[in-house]
Design a protein around this ligand. Sequence first.
Ligand SMILES: Nc1ncnc2c1ncn2[C@@H]1O[C@H](COP(=O)(O)OP(=O)(O)O)[C@@H](O)[C@H]1O
Ligand SMILES: [Mg+2]
Length: 423
Amino acid sequence: MRILVIGSGGREHALIWKLGEHKNQLFCAPGNGGIAELAQCKKTGAENIPALLKLAEQLKVDLVVVGPEVPLVLGIVDEFQKNRIPIFGPRKEAARLEGEKAFAKRLMKEYNIPTAEFEIFSDEKKAKKYVETKAGRVVIKASGLAAGKGAMVCPTKDEAFAAIEKALVQKEFGKAGETIVIEQFLEGEEASIIAITDGNTIVPLIPSQDHKPLLNDDEGPNTGGMGAYAPAPLITKELAKEIQTKIFNRLLVALQKQSIEYCGVIYAGIIITDSGPYVLEFNCRFGDPETQPVLPLLKSDSAEVMLSTIAGKLAQINLKWSTDYALCVVAASAGYPGKYEKGKEITGNLRNREDVLIFHAGTEKREGKLYTAGGRVLGVTGIGSTLSQAKQKAYLALEQIKFEGLYYRNDIGDKGIRRIEKN
Ligand SMILES: Nc1ncnc2c1ncn2[C@@H]1O[C@H](COP(=O)(O)OP(=O)(O)O)[C@@H](O)[C@H]1O
Ligand SMILES: [Mg+2]
């Protein structure tokens, strides 16, 4: 099979690695230095839909897999479907679940999917008046896509006012912040539940846990994710059942009632509170870095799963999983998520082993040498029969890699390891 993956991060490298089974021929637009070893990289940008369509036609691909959210929200799937190219991902109307938080929140409320209490505003004065009436912390979110920077946790009223002004007055998020969601702050531990749906059946992958803050112990500014592991012991069998019935099954009903066909990945960002799981947000694509530890544990043929989903036959698929754990640590450039330098040479052992997989996020290959080309540079995933073992393997492998300014968190997976030890 000929497969085109769209995107250029660690998620896409993991997808390419997994889709490379069964001698599939792989292409990636635009790809990165690591992806280039497994796939033919094409320079077309991930958001240039007309050029991507042309490319897919030229390459005569049998399957297109979309990594990032922007092309999905822009409607890449609609365009490819019009041209009869099999593509894995939701259409524009369905991708609103990620692209418009206000839409997702209203849908959740209407169909009784547990989510934080909220109101929606585009008027500064009304928004501030609402905050005045709220006791306790609030979270203020730009409704549209804001590259992970649009959610602001506000411990005080002053911070909430500042967040409202940032979005509605200073327009720091542009159009994406012209509408905001103000919601109640929920206390609990988070997990990522990535699921696949064809609109009739919804099948969760193993649960994972991301680490958004830059520093150990979840301190410091938020990033795109500094590491992740799977399966996350936070999600017990009982919780998984509750998530299926109260969140995913209700979401399927909601989409069907709204006549929205949804096909592809549906990712629920979940927080486990004392009164059960609540949805923080929906995403319409694979999570990054979560995909890096999740896919290596999937034993099923990923291309077959995706094609069956596109054909509406997901009910016939039984996903098979390894009993191992996988843990991914992100190696970032000094300064990230703020300003950072690029073009540092990467040296050391970057070879994949049976129990260590190195996915590239921001790298570039020039004249046989590898250089940093982004804030998140590499994701190093260790695989082991226990979570502690997976952690050890990831960190040992990471110690053998060098570039100027290399930074990583030391405590990826510790919340999970502590939970397992306690039980
Ligand atoms: N209601 C909430 N209560 C507590 N924390 C929240 C809440 N909403 C969001 N957060 C925190 O902010 C992060 C980002 O919010 P999210 O809704 O996932 O937006 P995005 O990923 O688009 O930036 C979450 O992972 C969580 O840590
Ligand atoms: Mg999120």
